[in-house]
Write a protein that binds this ligand. Structure first.
Ligand code: TAP
Length: 459
């Protein structure tokens, strides 16, 4: 077998690894294994590349990898769970940037007069999409890291300006195809970077995770384009997998938020709170004590825990599990109802609760949990707000109208664990907080849960 064939075979193994990794990542039980399989595939692919005949600049390549490892490994190990979306953003961004640079290098290396137009088009596609993804991800990172405002940044004729830059890019691509000069390619890259920035500016901080998933998908497409340019099946398949899965994830997230992808990208959601979403001042709510709620929970038959973003902020996953275990030991039927966009990133609640070793069978997806909600004695809402807000069902003028919710409102009693009456991500009031069967336990979720644990133990 020739060296080339052997390398292609290793690449094929790597590709199989990537596909199996995706399969594994689709279930919490197999996600860790899936990750390992994917990483092994990547290690094989990188290892085999070093045996490519004619490979030059090995020192530079190893140096670049060392810098990547020195930054990437500590960053991945030290990142807080709540900061995961911005880390994904920045890692994705550098992927897009790398794809753009690969395309530019390929352009610099070719003899444009001898190159078919479709090859140049592949390269330009990589430059535009990779550049856009890099710049967009950098702004997304800055928003989530609070290096700039997380609110949508809007100005007059914004969409027109964006469309103009888009048209400029199209014009530059055509011009480069007719007259393939290096200067035009650099200008094209600059325009793609500008478009990446201005597209992301009007998107509100908490919509950014959806955007990141879309940019992720763009990076995949840019990598696939590099694969065509470099005649690399490995890059084509890996890029397409990232492109397709990013696109699917974007769609799933937008469906779970009850909004369309264009609405998320172009509506500057969160810039202004609309009429249906004003926070009402001066209304009364019923505040309770951990002791009273402990009695309610301990003597219930069925308790459904509805976790949300506040669980992640409070890092209360271990304490909530402790409480659930205590209740289960007393014979209470306890499970967790998981909304697909609870928290700030896909699978946020699953990851948090898995970290606390909550058994998978105790987690019920929203669609599975909802038919049981009217048989629950207590819905214990831990740091969730929008994902249980009935306005999504009954208020057509609410910004979240149409989003499916966990039907905490159908339980016999609702207990909210949150620090104040402040709204959640959508910035809108939640009628359920004022409901007849609702009580509030104000405070940081971890503190409150700790008090609940002791109160149940004392019963
Ligand atoms: P939110 O509606 O954002 O509400 C979170 C609640 O947690 C807040 O009302 C807050 O109230 C409370 N909280 C914050 N820190 C707390 C702490 N330390 N202890 C106790 N409570 C705390 O959360 P949700 O129900 O999970 O909904 C998620 C929202 O994010 C949805 O609107 C969704 O569309 C959006 N979103 C999700 C994603 C993904 S993929 N998950 C992506 C983009 C957007 P206090 O300040 O009063 O404590």
């Amino acid at each position: 077998m020739s060296r080339g064939t052997a390398i292609e075979l290793v690449y094929l193994l790597a590709i199989i690894g990537f596909i199996l990794a995706l399969k594994g990542l689709s279930s919490p039980r197999r996600a860790r294994l899936g990750n390992l399989v994917g990483a092994t595939g990547m290690a094989l692919a990188i290892g085999a590349t070093f045996f490519q005949p004619g490979l030059r600049h090995i020192g530079l390549i190893v140096g670049g990898m060392a810098v990547g490892v020195a930054i990437g490994v500590p960053a991945a190990r030290l990142v807080r769970m709540t900061a995961m979306p911005q880390m994904v953003a920045i890692f994705n961004g550098v992927g897009g940037g790398a794809a753009a640079l690969v395309s530019i290098t390929a352009f610099l290396a070719l003899d444009a007069s001898l190159t078919p137009t479709y090859k140049i088009l592949e390269i330009l596609f990589g430059v535009v999409v990779g550049g856009l993804s890099f710049a967009g991800s950098a702004v997304a990172f800055a928003k989530l890291q609070e290096l700039m405002t997380g609110r949508p940044v809007t100005y007059p004729a914004q969409q027109a300006v964006n469309a103009l830059v888009g048209a400029l890019i199209l014009g530059l691509v055509l011009a480069t195809l007719v007259n393939p000069t290096t200067v035009l390619v650099w200008v094209l890259l600059a325009a793609a970077l500008v478009l990446g920035v201005i597209i992301v500016l009007p998107i509100g901080g908490a919509d950014v995770p959806v955007l990141i998933s879309l940019l992720n998908s763009f990076t995949g497409l840019a990598v696939a384009a590099s694969g065509f340019t470099l005649d690399s099946n490995l890059l084509i398949v890996a890029g397409t997998l990232v492109g397709a899965s990013g696109m699917l994830l974007t769609r799933m997230m937008s469906v779970a938020m009850g909004r369309s992808v264009p609405n998320i990208l172009f509506s500057a959601f969160g810039a202004v709170v609309t009429a249906g979403g004003q926070v009402t001042e001066g209304r009364t709510v019923r505040a309770s004590t951990p002791e009273d709620v402990a009695v309610l929970l301990a003597y219930a038959r069925k308790v459904v825990i509805v976790p949300g973003y506040g669980l992640a902020v409070a890092q209360a996953q271990h304490t909530v599990r402790e409480l659930a275990d205590l209740l289960a030991a007393r014979g209470v039927d306890v499970f967790y109802a998981i909304h697909p966009v609870a928290g700030r990133m896909p699978g946020h609640m699953n990851v948090l609760l898995a970290e606390a070793n909550v058994p998978y069978e105790k987690l019920k997806e929203m669609d599975e949990a909802n038919p049981e909600m009217d048989t629950a004695d207590v819905a214990l809402v831990v740091g969730a707000n929008d994902t249980v807000n009935p306005a999504a069902l009954n208020s057509p003028d609410s910004p979240i109208y149409g989003m499916p919710i966990v039907r905490a409102d159908q339980a016999a009693n609702v207990v909210f664990l949150k620090r104040s009456m402040r709204p959640g991500f959508a910035g809108i009031d939640n009628e359920l907080l004022y409901g007849d069967k609702t009580v509030m336990l104000f405070g940081d979720a971890k503190d409150t849960l700790t008090k609940l644990v002791s109160a149940v133990e004392d019963l």
